[in-house]
Design a protein around this ligand. Sequence first.
Ligand SMILES: *[C@@H]1O[C@H](CO)[C@@H](O)[C@H](O)[C@H]1NC(C)=O
Ligand SMILES: *[C@@H]1O[C@H](CO)[C@@H](O)[C@H](O)[C@H]1NC(C)=O
Ligand SMILES: *[C@@H]1O[C@H](CO)[C@@H](O)[C@H](O)[C@H]1NC(C)=O
Ligand SMILES: *[C@@H]1O[C@H](CO)[C@@H](O)[C@H](O)[C@H]1NC(C)=O
Ligand SMILES: *[C@@H]1O[C@H](CO)[C@@H](O)[C@H](O)[C@H]1NC(C)=O
Ligand SMILES: *[C@@H]1O[C@H](CO)[C@@H](O)[C@H](O)[C@H]1NC(C)=O
Ligand SMILES: *[C@@H]1O[C@H](CO)[C@@H](O)[C@H](O)[C@H]1NC(C)=O
Length: 841
Amino acid sequence: MMPHTHLAVALMTAMAFLSCLRSESWEPCVQVVPNISYQCMELNLYKVPDNIPTSTKILDLSFNHLNHLGSHSFSSFPELQVLDLSRCEIQMIDDNAYQGLNHLATLILTGNPIQSLALRAFSGIPSLQKLVAVETNLASLEDFPIGHLKTLKELNVAHNLIHSFKVPKYFSNLPNLEYLDLSNNKIQNIYHGDLQVLHQMPLLNLSLDLSLNPLDFIEPGAFKEIKLNKLTMRSNFNSIDAMKTCIQGLAGLKINRLVLGEFKNERNLESFDKSVMEGLCNLTIEQFRIANIREFPEDVTDSFNCLANVSMISLLSLYLDNLEAIPEDFRWQHLELVNCKFKRFPTLKLNSLKKFVFIHNTGMSTFVETELPNLQFLALKGNDLSFKGCCSHTDFGTTKLKYLDLSFNGIITMNSNFMGLEQLEHLDLQHSALKQANDFSIFLSLRNLHYLDISYTQTRIVFHGIFHGLVSLQTLKMAGNSFQNNLLPDIFTEVTNLTVLDLSKCQLERLSQRAFDPLTKLQVLNMSHNKLLSLDVLPYEPLRSLQILDCSFNRIVASKEQELQHLPRSLAFLNLTQNDFACVCEHQHFLQWLKDQRQLLVEAEQMVCTQPLDMQDMPVLSFRNATCQISKMTISVSVLTVLLVSVAGVLVYKFYFHLMLLAGCKKYGKGENTYDAFVIYSSQDEDWVRNELVKNLEEGVPPFQLCLHYRDFIPGVAIAANIIQEGFHKSRKVIVVVSQHFIQSRWCIFEYEIAQTWQFLSSRAGIIFIVLQKLEKSLLRQQVELYRLLSRNTYLEWEDTVLGRHIFWRRLRKALLEGKAWSPEGTEDAESSQHEATTST
Ligand SMILES: *[C@@H]1O[C@H](CO)[C@@H](O)[C@H](O)[C@H]1NC(C)=O
Ligand SMILES: *[C@@H]1O[C@H](CO)[C@@H](O)[C@H](O)[C@H]1NC(C)=O
Ligand SMILES: *[C@@H]1O[C@H](CO)[C@@H](O)[C@H](O)[C@H]1NC(C)=O
Ligand SMILES: *[C@@H]1O[C@H](CO)[C@@H](O)[C@H](O)[C@H]1NC(C)=O
Ligand SMILES: *[C@@H]1O[C@H](CO)[C@@H](O)[C@H](O)[C@H]1NC(C)=O
Ligand SMILES: *[C@@H]1O[C@H](CO)[C@@H](O)[C@H](O)[C@H]1NC(C)=O
Ligand SMILES: *[C@@H]1O[C@H](CO)[C@@H](O)[C@H](O)[C@H]1NC(C)=O
């Protein structure tokens, strides 16, 4: 063949291959949940994709070019429950297009210019509950072939070309229909005959939306005896007369909720007068809402006369001057005033009112007392109100209040401690400026309060009794405030039921060691956005139920490594992101600990170093301690050499005499382990050591040989030399007698520190702690190292009872036997069960 032909063939093959590849890789549907949910939105699809699992339940095909849905279009997805075909340019839907979708519950056809809808288009979908056919060129409900969809609950045909409100006969076949959205259609008139079908279905619990239809006329009596759950008519009327006629036309309707008014951007009415509302007297209404009427009549009472018996009334974005004239005998239980304009705070007097929601209103500056004797729920959020004196029952005229929200207002001066409001369970004061919160225990009487939010209230907490009395409190939010000296003091002593505590953004630098001691039920603690410099773990130790600890956005460099094991065991999330970690060898134990706690840490990969410069922005977890070992070794070896040489020089020079004696000492004990144990104790405990320890151990069976400095140290030998020579090198074990005196005595600490070194050097030996009395934890904590060892290691507690002593000596003997050369006196039992010899914490 000619080379050209070769080339052409090769090219064609390549192109064929490439096009194959293209169609193969034509698999761009997003797998939302594997095998269950797929999104194929806007992918230029011309047909239903066939490379999606048949088990798919949710399929989004919106914004494609499907144009024509033939029969059985979706037969490969028999499990489908939700099918979204929005804006797929569908013009034709054939018979049985969805046949076989036995589980299909939701079908969305929004925005398709349907020209031909076959009579049996919706057959074979026996479970359909929700059909959305918004903007589908639908001209009439009567021709819509959905009469067999018995399970249908929701039908949305908004934004179509429907002129008639005639409810089709087939509705009697849809007993489950609850929601019919006919908004934004062309309905002008509603006649008596249109609702004939609804008269025959009295049980129907229908919510009907007729908003944005250009309603002119409703024939009086059309809705007579009809029961609806909800009727929405917003932006329906071009004139006040039309509105008046239509409302009169609703006479006889029994309705749970009626919604009138306009939309914010769709205002038609120029004026509004009370005669409009008069028609409402012929309706039975449970709940009423009206929105976005600018010119609301001055005479409010007259306007609402027909609504005197509704249980709930909601007024949104109205220009209301006042509501003072509302008669006391109105039966309103729930009043909502949102985004309205007032000249002054409405001083209501309403006996029936239980819930008053008054939020985001403008035009007033000061709260004025109200008289609402049955009020339980009061939300006064976001009104820029100031409260001259807060709070007591006289302010609201009720003692039944359970919920009070005064958040996002002006200045709230706290000068009475919620007297008469002891029922309060929820109190929200966030983002208002609290004044005089530190003068006394302002919440003292709120023993039922569960929830308190004083975040961002410009409160500087000085008074430690601020939260006294809040014994039931479960959630306390106090972010964005501050503390005296930036120290968190012990202010939670009485709030023992707390489960959530938010202390973020409080400029905290330090915590009192006992601040969280009472909070044993706390589950979430937010310390983020403070100024903590180290992860000081001890204060969190008492939080036995803590699950989430958020210390992100602080300045934590590292932690005192010896404390780290004190984090509560219940902890599941520890957030340490956005801190100033120092990735230096000095903190290698902390850094290693971070790696070990990886599963606990939130976004561990995002934690970066800020020091040293060459590690900046490197992940903390990438720090390698191996580098430390080398440098540490080199440094310590050289430092040690220098030190040893100089110390030896000085010693030889100074203690030549002692050295002579030391040499003599060696003769005293032959070989190692002359003693079973070296005892470190405070001289104040010497009585106990002589009368109990020595007696029981040295005179018991088998006898143990103890090294005690009061009798075994060679007189005249320098004391340090004695300790090292006699005490440690010649003893298998060290017994530390821990007591109050012991901790307070510097000398014992010194001995003890040497003992630790020695333990490190001699692997077979161990330290046995004997705790003589119950110790003050705070005192113990000062000796961090000792505290750490005590709580981590094994120790014996001395108990001066017959049984307690018996157990104590048995255990101590067993512990001492460990590693003792076998001797005929040692019982076999003791040898074999060495490990249970000590109690572990
Ligand atoms: C999806 O279905 C396929 C075939 O039925 C199966 O092999 C696979 O494990 C499934 N994947 C998941 C995540 O369930
Ligand atoms: C009517 O339906 C609404 C929801 O649309 C529901 O909240 C209400 O309980 C129902 N009422 C009756 C009597 O079934
Ligand atoms: C209430 O309906 C009756 C007739 O059903 C009518 O005479 C009366 O004017 C209506 N009242 C109002 C305030 O529309
Ligand atoms: C409200 O109820 C009272 C007592 O049942 C009744 O006298 C009054 O006419 C009712 N008002 C309206 C507007 O329905
Ligand atoms: C604390 O909470 C528990 C339930 O979490 C409750 O039983 C107990 O009564 C509460 N204590 C107080 C003083 O309210
Ligand atoms: C802690 O508070 C900060 C801001 O105040 C917030 O972003 C964060 O989500 C809170 N953490 C938790 C665990 O709620
Ligand atoms: C810290 O992590 C917790 C738990 O994942 C999260 O709730 C919290 O929002 C995080 N904190 C911040 C400030 O993002």
